[in-house]
Design a protein around this ligand. Sequence first.
Ligand code: NAD
Length: 247
Amino acid sequence: SGRLAGKYALITAAGAGIGRATALAFAKEGAKVLATDINAAALASLAAEHPAITTHMLDVTHAEQIQALVREWGPFDVLFNCAGYVHAGTILETDDISWRRSFSINVDSMFHLCKAVLPGMLERGKGSIINMSSVASSIKGVPNRFAYTATKAAVIGLTRSIAADYVTRGVRCNAICPGTVKTPSLGDRVRALGGDEETNWRSFVQRQPMGRLGEPEEIAALALYLAADESAFTTGTVHVVDGGWSN
Ligand code: NAD
């Protein structure tokens, strides 16, 4: 039983942060989950938390790894493309390698994953794809996030396009756009600023109109809704969950 009873979900970057919270939320609502990441230790500790979670190593930048995984473990009812990489810098501080890396992890990955999973969904006439974008995208220009913002805008475009192509065939595709969420990688970004860590955390919190950051579970709740049949009338949409940051 549960809101995702009988569904089988594939999640990328499920080892930490939003992906991990979502894997647990899906499993608690009755889904079978294939949780993937590049961090074996993180996957092992996640698998220990819920019996409905199976784990597998997957680097989303490897197209052949994606195809092999879907061939072996699919078909899936739900795909949550959560993996993403945040490059910090203006256009003048972004070199070709950082630009390429941003597109490889944030966009090419979704192209390959959606393409691998879609045939199985179409064959069975059902499926929900959830793509991780961000408020830093076509929604809002955020300072120092040039490559990141460009990739997350591309995610919205690919999401809407897939939704338009398969709207009559039972497959839905939606994007999630969080504001700033308290995850391990945000901790890394705060430390990377250098100086006093406490002051840096405060600077992230100060730009939040609600006076606090989001929790991974608050994003997982939205992913859960989009994965479930409750959202059956929703496709090609862009869901902002940002504590009022973009308002
Ligand atoms: P996180 O950084 O806390 O965890 C990321 C996980 O991704 C780690 O377990 C890591 O091992 C894994 N990973 C890294 N490279 C990978 C690869 N090549 N293949 C597979 N897995 C890989 O994550 P988070 O902060 O929860 O972010 C998840 C997603 O949410 C990203 O797409 C990010 O852009 C997006 N997002 C985050 C925030 C935020 O404030 N945290 C805001 C908006 C959007």
